[in-house]
Design a protein around this ligand. Structure first.
Ligand code: SF4
Length: 344
């Protein structure tokens, strides 16, 4: 499967080359991917309209997905593959989805990244989904472009269960620019969330990843959750950074460049694996639980596309049916399954 995908990637026609970014057309293939049987993921299907992500977050866990295209992780934000969309094919694929199963949109790339303005694959597939009934759809994004589709998502929500999750890691626009250089400012994301909430769509904010010493200062998460609540979010979550290669080396290099005073601390914190120690994780869990209680926000399980480590896998795994501490211990295996699924 991996070799076939790499072959298709090699044949991808160049659509546009910008100063920093190339867009290539990935010939029509499956749009809908089924998660492996017995997967710990709280969703059964995933859709990623693009491969690669121009938002270029320094902590992005999904960089490895470009290795399946025989491209290095550094190309993840520079060479974006636009999946050729076929309405007929997608409608046929949807027949395999059973009632009650979740479809997560944006598990390995942002469905509203800049390419969407030009190529509209996300909008095209939402239009097909909006003609269905009884589906459960969760979409995760960092982009205010989602507000463009407020009406369409509202129509989709009339006959289907729909959640839109926004990842907002900080309210500080300058910090966000350093962490997520291609993503719209936090205030724009919250404004988009408000627009969707007003259109009757259930929304959540995920503040993941929490980066020790960077976005976890006294009162910061609390203020973020308050802003999310005021914008209309019903759910809030935050999990510690999950750091594993190849994301690990990219993140540590960014840390040396932008936060050199923290480099030694992170090397200590992540010396023995991909997670900080249990004490730190539990402290964050308690803090987030308190925030939710104070602001009447819920932790309700969401088939949030942010299944990837830093985007909320802990959250999802813990709140999935049968979830809990035991599930968290199996995080590594869950990531492996997600990786296998992402190979497409
Ligand atoms: S973390 Fe998400 S939004 Fe950021 S680069 Fe990765 S896929 Fe894109």
């Amino acid at each position: 499967m991996g070799a076939a995908l790499a072959e298709r990637a090699k044949q991808a026609e160049l659509l546009l080359g910008k100063a920093r970014t190339e867009y290539r057309l990935l010939p029509a293939g499956r749009m809908l991917n089924r998660c492996a049987a017995g997967s710990l993921m709280p969703f059964q299907w995933t859709i990623n309209p693009y491969r690669g992500c121009e938002l270029g977050c320094c902590y992005c866990y999904a960089r490895y997905t470009h290795e399946y295209l025989e491209l290095d992780g550094g190309a993840f934000e520079r060479i974006i593959f636009v999946k050729q969309f076929s309405r007929n094919l997608f409608e046929r694929e949807l027949r395999a989805v059973r009632a009650g199963e979740w479809i997560a949109i944006g598990t390995a790339t942002d469905p509203y990244q800049p390419a969407e303005r030009r190529y509209g694959v996300t909008r095209a597939l939402l239009e097909v989904l909006a003609r269905q009934a009884g589906l459960r759809v969760a979409l995760t994004t960092k982009s205010d472009l989602a507000a463009r589709d407020a009406g369409l998502l509202g129509r989709l929500a009339e006959r289907n269960d729909v959640r839109v999750n926004f990842t907002v890691t900080t309210l500080d626009a300058g910090l966000a620019r350093r962490l997520e250089p291609g993503a719209p400012r936090p205030e724009l994301r919250l404004r988009a969330l408000r627009r969707l909430a007003e259109a009757g769509i259930e929304t959540a904010v995920f503040a993941s990843p929490v980066l020790p010493g960077i976005n976890d200062g006294a009162g910061e998460l609390e203020a973020l959750a308050r802003a999310a609540r005021e914008a209309g979010a019903k759910h809030f979550g935050a999990q510690m950074l999950f750091l594993r290669d190849p994301a690990r080396s990219v993140f540590l290099a960014a840390l040396e460049r932008d936060f050199p005073h923290l480099a030694a601390r992170y090397r200590r914190l992540y010396a023995h694996g991909s997670r900080v120690d249990a004490r730190m994780r539990e402290a964050l869990e308690l803090r987030v639980a308190r925030i939710r209680q104070d602001l009447d926000l819920s932790r309700r399980a969401s088939a949030c596309a942010a299944a990837w480590g830093q985007l909320g896998l802990f959250e999802n795994a813990a709140t999935a049916p049968g979830g809990g501490a035991g599930v968290l211990i199996r995080l590594r295996e869950a990531v492996e399954e997600a990786a296998a699924e992402a190979r497409g």
